[in-house]
Design a protein around this ligand. Structure first.
Ligand SMILES: Cc1ncc(COP(=O)(O)O)c(C=O)c1O
Length: 463
């Protein structure tokens, strides 16, 4: 229990922060209406003048914010791998300039130049308050702060959980195509994938229920459930989740629900696994989350996991260690506290990006199979015969004995990058079902999406 001194200290700290923010754009945003922001949420012209990051009273997601030269994976690494990339549309982070509240909070903390150990009791208090409020307000799920474990990422939490329940050489259930990073978690826990390929029908992926249940074998103790699902963009319904949960409970499989993309779903369309109306099913799960995707903060190394099952919590904690960095806590706490408005505007923009891609492909590249994602900021593109025409089968076979063997979709990735300067993520990396697909990250300015699609169209036409 915090004592009065703790509470005073925290309140002082908040006051200091507010003082610091006074007169800046962030304070105006945080203070909303009273600080000169109109009822519609759009700042009045006087306030807008002090907010250079706003265009016409809105956050500016349209202006391209170059990341080249920051050693980032999405651009710099691809240039290193493929040469002069014009558009990096790969790894799942956002290209946008971060929400102003994040920079403000980090600059404030930089004023004090000591980076000693952060105390997890004191240092996580506001962060956890933010996590609880965010889940409640945006997703309608109540998370008990005492059940939250702070992590340096979703991966370290997942690895700890797999290690807890799935001994080396046992199997971990996946529904494919699924997030490629899960495979690296299996490598680190010396476990094996048990892949239930989803059924692809009328442009949508569905669970293959018979196959899923058949794979809940005695040597399968955990299931990695991705919701919303990367890369397909599926958002699982309550009915689907209950059915998965019932099967898992019946066959002693612990559900590890990775919900890192949860914010990228229209309000009311996402069902958190922890909110399912069946206590036993929820108690048979752990949830892994972060707002690092939402605010483009993944390198700030900040995530969390929780469970309503105290036994699971204690068991996984034994295998989990998180040494959090100060600026990561500052950045993520600021995002939880002051980032709502930025995210609300971001979601409208991303929704517009989905519409743009949908329209563009329909009008200009109908031979690329596409279904608008229900969630995430990802597009999953089916290139089908285009890949065959490029010769991916032959080229992949020819590479087999070289020092750089390539899968068919890796061949296509390299071909696209070389032919038109666009880097997409290769489909086979996401497991069975990804053989003729590529993943395109649309968390970027619309101009870049248009450039990427124009270039892809030209490359495809040249085949
Ligand atoms: C579904 C999913 N889970 C986890 C991660 C990585 O999470 P973190 O960076 O917090 O380890 C990603 C990143 O792309 C993801 O898409």
């Amino acid at each position: 229990m915090p004592n009065t001194t703790d509470i005073n200290r925290r309140q002082n700290h908040r006051q200091n922060r507010r003082q610091f923010l006074k007169g800046t754009g962030t304070a105006a945003m945080a203070g909303a209406v009273g600080a000169g922001v109109s009822l519609s949420g759009i700042p009045t012209p006087a306030v807008a003048k002090e907010m250079p990051y706003l265009v016409d009273g809105r956050y500016d997601f349209d202006t391209v914010y170059s990341r080249i030269g920051t050693d980032c994976t999405k651009w710099d690494r691809q240039i290193q791998l493929f040469g002069p990339i014009k558009v990096g549309m790969g790894i799942a982070d956002l290209d946008f300039r971060a929400a102003p509240c994040i920079g403000e909070a980090m600059r404030e903390r930089l004023e004090h130049e000591n980076w000693g150990y952060l105390n997890s009791t004191l240092g996580y208090t506001e962060l956890k308050e933010g996590i609880v409020a965010w889940n409640q307000e945006r997703h309608g799920v109540s998370v008990d702060p005492d059940t939250i474990e702070i992590a340096t990422g979703v991966h370290p939490g997942l690895i700890a959980a797999i290690r807890t329940f799935s001994p080396p050489a046992s199997r971990v259930l996946l529904m494919t195509p699924t997030y490629n990073g899960f495979y690296s978690d299996l490598t680190r826990t010396q476990t094996l994938p048990n892949e239930s390929k989803m059924i692809f029908e009328n442009g949508r992926y569905h669970v293959d229920w018979d196959d899923l249940e058949a794979r809940m074998t005695p040597d399968t103790h955990t299931m990695l459930l991705c919701n919303p699902q990367n890369p397909t963009g599926n958002v699982w319904s309550e009915e689907d989740l209950l059915r998965i949960g019932e099967l898992a409970l019946r066959h002693d499989v612990v559900v590890l629900a990775d919900e890192i993309h949860a914010d990228f779903v229209r309000k009311g369309h996402y069902t958190p696994f922890a909110s399912l109306p069946d206590r036993d099913i929820v108690n048979n799960s752990l949830t892994f989350k972060a707002i690092t995707k939402t605010f483009s903060l993944p390198a700030s190394k900040n995530a969390y996991w929780f469970s309503t099952n105290p036994v699971y919590l204690e068991r996984v904690k034994v295998n989990h260690r998180a040494d959090i960095n100060t600026l990561g806590v500052v950045a993520n706490t600021a995002a939880y506290q002051h980032g709502q408005d930025w995210v609300d505007q971001l979601l409208v923009y991303i929704d517009g990006n989905h519409s743009f891609v949908e329209r563009y492909l329909k009008e200009n590249l109908p031979e690329v199979g596409y279904t608008r994602a229900q969630g995430t900021f990802l597009s999953w593109l089916h290139f089908g015969e285009i890949m065959d025409e490029v010769g991916v089968v032959e080229r992949s076979a020819a590479s087999r004995n070289s020092d750089r063997p390539m899968t068919e979709t890796q061949v296509f990735e390299a071909w696209l990058a070389g032919t038109c300067g666009v880097q997409l993520n290769e489909g086979m990396d996401y497991g069975p079902g990804g053989e003729r697909c590529m993943r395109m990250n649309i968390g970027t300015s619309r101009k870049l999406i248009e450039l990427a699609l124009d270039n892809i169209r030209e490359a495809v036409r040249s085949v």
